[in-house]
Each structure stands twice: as structure tokens, then as C-alpha cells.
Design a protein around this ligand. Structure first.
Ligand SMILES: O=C(O)CCC(=O)C(=O)O
Ligand SMILES: [Mn+2]
Length: 212
């Protein structure tokens, strides 16, 4: 049985309609004391790596740590490199079940991110890698420091910047045509001196090993 309260999307989620896409935000996916425990144990147990990125011909470390977990074979290309899926940790599996029941869908993998403090960030992007298929559902769980999530339209400048603060134990669901029309980022926040851990559950289409 789930150790978390049963969520009802109509009652527990805030629906955010944007030109070109939709977000659902559940402020309380995980009760606070459990979120505290998960933050400490996952921060210690995840096999963190710091990937490289090429900017203007120079190799730099990306300003966050990450790791890729998933079912066997659910590998993923991100930031120009291939991540082989590590086997699920029990805590990640438990969170995955709760997220799946809130979203009404199943996921086979997750990119886990650690923003060590406010100087870590992720720049404007869409989660539109071919492995995710068109109109992917991406479910993003936040633990630790509250950080701002910003959204902008790819072509319609009049839409302006939209933002949302993602709290400890919350779930944000990106779905529909969100990745086609909108970009998102997590900007640096100089005043933040605590860590934030983020888990983005995804469904990657696993390549068939023996195509007919
Ligand atoms: O940390 C977040 O809330 C967003 C992470 C993200 O967009 C990503 O890893 O693709
Ligand atoms: Mn993203």
C-alpha cells in the first residue's frame, strides 16, 4: 500500500494553461517529513556525475550534477552523450509509483538532477529528444530548496516570461504540446544556499535490439 496520501488530480492539482501547452502542479505530492528523509537519502545514494558541455568551442562542466535511472535498456542521449540506465533505487521506485498514480501513466526512466546551491542551474531547453516521442508526459518531482521554474514560448514573444516556484515535495507535470511550443529553464538564484534535488520521470522508447 502507498505510504503517501491518495491524490485526486481534480482536487489536488493546479492547472496552468499557457499558450501552446499545459502544466499541472501538485504542491503536496510527498508529505514533508518523508520529503526530508528522501532528500537526505537520495542525495547520499545517487551515483552523481557532472557532465561536460561544449560552449563556443570550449569544454565546460554543466552547472549541476545528474544521473540516469531506469528499466534495463532505457538509455537516453542528453547534452550530447549517452546515459546508460542505472537500476532503480527502492526510494526512486516508490516515488515513481506515486507519480504514476497522479499522472495516470507509466514511466520507464528518470533523469535525476542535483542543484548544489543557487549557482547551479539549467538553461533554456525543451525536452524534445527523439527517444521521448511526440507530446511526451514529463513528471518532475522537487525536493529541498525552493527554486524558480521559468517558461517562454519559442516564437510568440508577446506571451512573455511565465514562472512558478517549485516547492519541497511537489510534482510538476508537463504534457500535451508543451515541449513543441515552449522552452523551460531553472535560472541561477544567488541567495539560495541549500541544495535542491529534482527527478524528471520520462518514458523513453527503447530501441528494438533485433528489428525484423
Ligand atoms: O530542475 C528542474 O526543475 C527542471 C529540470 C529539467 O528541465 C530537465 O532536467 O530537463
Ligand atoms: Mn527539461
Amino acid at each position: 500500500m502507498s505510504q503517501y496520501p491518495l491524490l485526486e488530480p481534480d482536487r489536488d492539482a493546479l492547472l496552468i494553461n499557457l499558450p501552446g501547452g499545459q502544466l499541472r502542479y501538485f504542491p503536496h505530492l510527498i508529505p514533508e517529513s518523508e520529503a526530508d528523509r528522501l532528500m537526505a537519502s537520495l542525495q547520499a545514494e545517487i551515483s552523481w556525475e557532472q557532465s561536460d558541455i561544449w560552449i563556443a568551442g570550449q569544454r565546460r562542466k554543466i552547472p549541476r550534477l545528474n544521473a540516469w535511472y531506469g528499466d534495463a535498456g532505457a538509455d537516453y542521449s542528453y547534452s550530447g552523450r549517452l546515459f546508460r540506465a542505472l537500476s532503480w533505487l527502492p526510494d526512486l521506485k516508490t516515488i515513481k509509483q506515486q507519480v504514476e498514480s497522479a499522472c495516470g501513466t507509466v514511466f520507464n526512466s528518470a533523469l535525476v538532477n542535483l542543484y548544489r546551491d543557487g549557482s547551479d542551474s539549467v538553461d533554456w531547453h525543451s525536452d524534445d529528444e527523439p527517444e521521448l516521442g511526440s507530446n511526451p508526459i514529463i513528471a518532475s518531482v522537487s525536493l529541498g530548496a525552493v527554486r524558480r521554474f521559468q517558461i517562454k514560448h519559442k516564437s510568440r514573444r508577446e506571451v512573455g516570461l511565465r514562472e512558478l516556484d517549485l516547492g519541497h515535495g511537489s510534482l510538476l507535470v508537463m504534457e500535451g504540446e508543451f515541449q513543441h511550443h515552449l522552452r523551460h529553464r531553472l535560472p541561477k538564484m544567488p541567495g539560495v544556499n541549500k541544495a535542491r534535488l529534482n527527478i524528471t520521470f520520462r518514458r523513453v522508447h527503447v530501441a528494438t535490439l533485433f528489428p525484423q
